[in-house]
Design a protein around this ligand. Sequence first.
Ligand code: MN
Length: 404
Amino acid sequence: MTDSAGSLSTNKRDRSSVETAQADWSLTTTHSRRITESRAEELAQLLTAHKGDRHLVLLQDFPDPDALSCGWAYKLIAEQYDIRCDIVYAGTLSHQENIALVKLTNLPSHRWTPQMAREKDLSSYSGCVFIDNQGTTTQLLPLLQELNLPMLVVVDHHSHQGEIEAEFTDIRTQARATATIMTQYLQAGLLNFDNSNNEHVKCATALMHGLRCDTNRLMQAQEEDFLAAAYLSRYYDSQLLNSVLQSSRSKRVMDVIERSLRNRLSHNNFCIAGVGYLRYDDRDAIPQAADFLVTEENVHTAVVYGIVHDEDEDLEIVVGSLRTNKLTLDPDEFIKEAFGQDTHGRFFGGGRSMAGGFEIPMGFLSGSNENTEYTRMKWEVFDAQIKQKLLRLVNPDNGMIQTS
Ligand SMILES: [Mn+2]
């Protein structure tokens, strides 16, 4: 429970380092406060029980600023309880802004491919923590399950995936960004940011960036997001944020955007574009192209997809992104309905408000081929199949595409 000052008073004896942490609810809605107070209290109890432990913090394979910044905030919160955290992701940082964010803020995160993770001794971790995901978007989940690592914490705003059951779960599907939830934890007194602490300033800047990214530069932000941003504005470094935003797109990303423009097909205010093959490192060009296509007049929803080729493993996978500004369209529902489930009953994708994504393994057809004619044919087959599935929803009366 909270004391009269509103700060967390649980187990103060065990929390000597945070005795000074105070709640500050000056920038919050009563609704957020009501939800956050009990959740923060529960999280504080879990962290107290794990004092001195080590946690593995898992981000999605291709972490975005919301995930990266919130993983960091969790690490800083956990440090108050002498808990050491390693923040890991299995894929790659592929958006120029994400690379800039990590470099400019010294954001403590590591790339662990499934292969690398298998070679590590994970027995020093007392459990795993999922931030801005629920385990379904990290390739490391099967390994963690195999090793029976306890699932400790899930903090996310994507639709419920139901894959893992953690000791502490805070999934708010109405929240626009996990950064908003994390900032509310800070307001609840789990950690008091300090302007003279360089790491705090950088983390606040990262959270501000994460919050802005997931709310389309605050344009889709709700009251609680603005209040969280206002709270962060006391600590963040606007010049540093500006440097992160100044990062420029690579030529290859520009080329993918160009292809998406050229190949786009508009139908009933939907814009659909296949961009063909792209390299693993450029994967993030797909959501960037979708972000751009959705800005066209009379388009409310854009879907961009391509075949991503992982040269290291000679693997190919269809990757797609959806962006919408139509309030009544639920990206999670749309993607699940369009693509259905695999043979294990897992959906090929999902989403949060305004955005979604999907990944479709290519199975037997995966792998590059020297033969350009074959490569072209393979793309055409996948392109036609994806369009067909999407158009079934976009244009229910005439779902089949005409092939000539
Ligand atoms: Mn997010």
